[in-house]
Every structure is written in C-alpha cells, then in structure tokens.
Design a binder for this molecule. Structure first.
Ligand SMILES: C[S@@+](CC[C@H](N)C(=O)[O-])C[C@H]1O[C@@H](n2cnc3c(N)ncnc32)[C@H](O)[C@@H]1O
Length: 192
C-alpha cells in the first residue's frame, strides 16, 4: 500500500465514514471487507455501543482482520465468513448501514442474477431507512457503466440516491471516487 493511502486510512478514513453517515452506536456491515481498510475506522466510529460485521468469503482476509482488530483493541468487530453465494448470516432488519465498496462488479459477480441476489440479501438485513453506501469500481474493465450499476441497486429496494465525489483508498492507492448513498425503501415490519 502506498504511504499516502496508509496515512489517509489512519488519519482521514473516520472523517470520510462520518460524512458517509456512520455514527456512534450503529451496527454496520462491511460487505466484502477484505483486510478491513474500512471496517477498522468504522469500528472506531461506532464505539462500544455499536458493532461492525466484517464479511468476506476469504478466510485469510478475515484472519488478518481478527488479528489486527485484537491488536488495535477493536473488540466490536465480528468477522463473518460466507460461501460465495451464501446469504448474509444476520437477522432481518438488524443493520443500520452497509458499506459496499469495490465488490459488486463483474469481476466478483459476473452474472446479473448473482448481483441482484447479493443486493436483496443486503436489503433484507438493513433496517427500514437503513443506509447503503456504494462505491462502484472496475466498471469499464467489465463493460459496465455507472448508470447500469446504479439501476441494478435501484431495482432492488433502494431510494434517495445521493452522490459525492470523495477522496478514498482503492487498491492500495489514494484516489478520488464517486460514492453513492441510498436509503432502504420502506420497512420489513420487523424493526428492533
Ligand atoms: C477488492 S476487495 C474490497 C475490499 C474493501 N471493501 C475495500 O474497499 O477496501 C473485494 C473483497 O470482496 C470479497 N468478495 C468478493 N465476492 C464476495 C462474495 N460473494 N461474498 C463475500 N465477499 C466477497 C473478496 O474476497 C475481497 O476481499
């Protein structure tokens, strides 16, 4: 990872995630967390009263997070390993916010049906009016467009799109990207 990216993660990532909408006490799901670049600052924001579920299909990445969070004293991170097409192992309407950064593209989800399944699963675990923060990447490489990627999200259960152009870390580098915030449409009648 480049030094500037490491520095941003240490000093700026919390500010970035607060602007995205994370707050103390939230339950957050980092879907496709990899080594936890965003899970760790999210855990600092939500604090003792909150929780971050770091979800990935990759066992090694999750082992890394588990070890690093122990060292950093971030006891509010829970690692969730899922099989590639597995549902999210969390109850319905249990999460305030989902981070979906650099995951939902054709590299990992080649078929439209699989992307929709993942989005429906995210929708299921979000509370009513819960927030999805979406950072679509690698679109051109796989013959996608922003419009197409966003229309897939909006076809599921998300509304009130807001876009911001932000500095953030992607693939070990500091870059500027288009980050989209959505709200879950309606409730599922099982709010906690
Ligand atoms: C490029 S990394 C992005 C990591 C992190 N979100 C970030 O922005 O720094 C994508 C991660 O998504 C995970 N992933 C891909 N497909 C997945 C799936 N179906 N279920 C869970 N995790 C998946 C990969 O294992 C990888 O760790």
């Amino acid at each position: 990872m480049e030094e500037s990216a490491r520095d941003w993660l240490e000093r700026r990532a919390e500010g970035f995630l607060r602007k995205v909408g994370l707050a103390e006490g939230d339950t957050v799901l980092d879907f496709g967390c990899n080594e936890g670049n965003y899970a760790a600052p999210a855990a600092r924001i939500v604090g003792k009263a909150g929780r971050v579920y770091a979800l990935d299909k990759d066992t090694e990445a999750l082992q890394e997070i588990a070890q690093a969070s122990k060292q950093k004293g971030l006891h509010n991170i829970r690692c969730l390993q899922v099989p590639e097409d597995g549902d999210i192992p969390l109850p319905c309407c249990s999460v305030d916010a989902v981070l979906l950064y650099d995951v939902l593209h054709r590299g990992y989800f080649p078929e439209h049906a699989r992307r929709m399944k993942a989005l429906r699963s995210i929708c299921r675990v979000l509370k009513g009016r819960g927030m999805l923060s979406f950072y679509p990447t690698h679109l051109k490489k796989y013959g996608m467009t922003f419009d197409k990627a966003l229309s897939e999200v909006e076809a599921v259960c998300f509304t009130s799109r807001e876009e911001s152009r932000r500095r953030l870390v992607h693939d070990g580098r500091l870059t500027r990207g288009r980050v989209f915030s959505y709200r879950k449409r309606g409730t599922c009648g099982q709010e906690r």
